[in-house]
Design a protein around this ligand. Structure first.
Ligand code: B12
Length: 217
C-alpha cells in the first residue's frame, strides 16, 4: 500500500520513510511513483503547518527527509530517452526559495536529454529574459510555490512581450498553487502540477520547435 509511505512522510518519520522507499524500489515501484507518494506526504506537512499544528522547523525537517529520499532515488530515474531536446531555462521565481520540486523537474529533463540552464531560486524576472538572450533557449520553466510571488511570473511574460521575445519562447509554469486561472492571469503558455506531466509538456513543445508532433496536453 502507498498510504504507509505517505503517512510516514507526513508524520516526519525519517528512518521509516527511507526504509519504505528502499522497500518499494526493491518491489519494483518506479522512482516517480515513489516521489509522488512522498510529495503527497509533504503536502500534508504543509497543511498541518498552515493549520498551526506544525512549525517552520517541521517544514525544514520535511525538506531534509525529502532530500535524503531523492539521494536514494536519483540513480533510478529514466535515462536519456529524448536526445536532442530543446534548451530550457529553469528557475524558481523571485521571492520564492522552494526548490525540491524544481530539482526533480530539472533532473528528469536532463536525464531525458534536454539542455537545462538552472538559474536557481529567487530569480528576478529580468534574469529569465537575459538568460534567453544569452543562451538562445526556446523554453522557460518557472517554479512558484508562494501565491504572493505569482505576480512576478506575470512580469516574466510581460517582459518577453516588451522585448519581442514572446513569439520565440514558450513559458511553462509549475508548482503547488498553479492552475488554469493562474495560467490565464500570468499569460504563460502551459502549466503542470507534477513533474511527469511537466516532462510531457516539455517534450511536446520541443517536438513542435523541431517541426514535430501536435497533441493535447
Ligand atoms: C518544504 C517546504 C518548505 C521548505 C522549502 C525547502 C526547499 N528547498 O524547497 C522551507 C522550510 C525552506 C519553506 C519555507 C517557507 N515556506 Co514552505 N513549504 C514547504 C512544503 C511543506 C513542501 C514543498 C515541497 O517541496 N513539496 C514537494 C515537491 C516535490 O512538490 P512541489 O514543489 O509541488 O513540486 C512538484 C510539482 O509542483 C511540479 N513542479 C514544481 N516545479 C515545477 C516547475 C515546472 C516548470 C513544472 C512543469 C512542474 C513543477 O513537480 C514537482 C514534482 O511532482 C509546502 C507545502 C505544499 N503543499 O507544497 C510549504 C509551503 C509552500 N510553504 C509555505 C510558506 C508560507 C513558507 C514560508 C513563507 C514560511 C515562513 N514563515 O518562513 C517560507 C518561504 C520561504 C521563501 N521565501 O520561499 C506555504 C505557502 C502558502 C502560500 N499560499 O503561498 C506552504 C503551501 C505551506 C502552507 N500550507 O502554509 N517551505
Amino acid at each position: 500500500m502507498s498510504e504507509d509511505l505517505v503517512g510516514a512522510m507526513s508524520r516526519l518519520e525519517e528512518e521509516k520513510t527511507l526504509a519504505l522507499v528502499k522497500e518499494k524500489l526493491e518491489a519494483g515501484v518506479t522512482a516517480m511513483e515513489i516521489v509522488e507518494q512522498c510529495r503527497r506526504g509533504i503536502e500534508v506537512v504543509g497543511s498541518k503547518y498552515g493549520e498551526g499544528v506544525f512549525y517552520l522547523s517541521d517544514l525544514i525537517m520535511s525538506e531534509e527527509i525529502f532530500r535524503r529520499v531523492m539521494e536514494i532515488l536519483e540513480p533510478h530515474f529514466p535515462q536519456n530517452d529524448f536526445p536532442g531536446g530543446a534548451k530550457i531555462i529553469m528557475g524558481t521565481i523571485e521571492g520564492d526559495i522552494h526548490d525540491l520540486g524544481k530539482q526533480i523537474v530539472v533532473y528528469l529533463l536532463r536525464s531525458s536529454g534536454f539542455k537545462v540552464y538552472d538559474l536557481g531560486v529567487d530569480v528576478p524576472p529580468e534574469k529569465f529574459v537575459e538568460a534567453v538572450k544569452e543562451t538562445g533557449a526556446s523554453i522557460i520553466g518557472i517554479c512558484v510555490l508562494l501565491t504572493y510571488c505569482i505576480g512576478s511570473v506575470k512580469k516574466v511574460v510581460d517582459l518577453l512581450v516588451e522585448t519581442g521575445l514572446k513569439e520565440k519562447v514558450t513559458v511553462v509554469l509549475g508548482g503547488y498553487p498553479v492552475n488554469a486561472q493562474v495560467r490565464d492571469y500570468t499569460g504563460v503558455d502551459y502549466y503542470g502540477n507534477d513533474a511527469l506531466h511537466g516532462l510531457e509538456i516539455f517534450k511536446k513543445i520541443s517536438g513542435e520547435t523541431n517541426g514535430g508532433s501536435e497533441g493535447d496536453i
